[in-house]
Design a protein. Structure first.
Length: 92
């Protein structure tokens, strides 16, 4: 089974929840939980603590598949926000 390193939250849905604190960290778990409770938080994604551990255990290189997950979730975030990160015409 492929390991999942990123959990998305936004638009009233989150892939995680408060019970996942050891995987998502305190902030990530709470952002997911607030999203699930429909508290208005900006959309985003959390990179797991497993990804961080793998990075440091692998001579500070991304674990296999992490960059693909980052790119996929950045695109998902941009689509949801209706904006492009780093867009010089709309930097806000």
């Amino acid at each position: 089974m492929k390991r999942k390193y990123i959990y998305f939250f936004g638009d009233g849905h989150a892939e995680g929840n408060a019970s996942m604190k050891s995987l998502l960290g305190g902030k990530g778990a709470n952002l997911a939980e607030m999203t699930n409770l429909e508290i208005p938080v900006p959309p985003g994604f959390t990179i797991t603590t497993e990804a961080c551990k793998a990075y440091y255990n692998n001579n500070k290189t991304f674990p296999a598949g992490l960059q693909i997950e980052i790119n996929k979730n950045l695109s998902r975030l941009e689509k949801l926000m209706g904006a492009k990160l780093g867009d010089p015409k709309n930097p806000s």
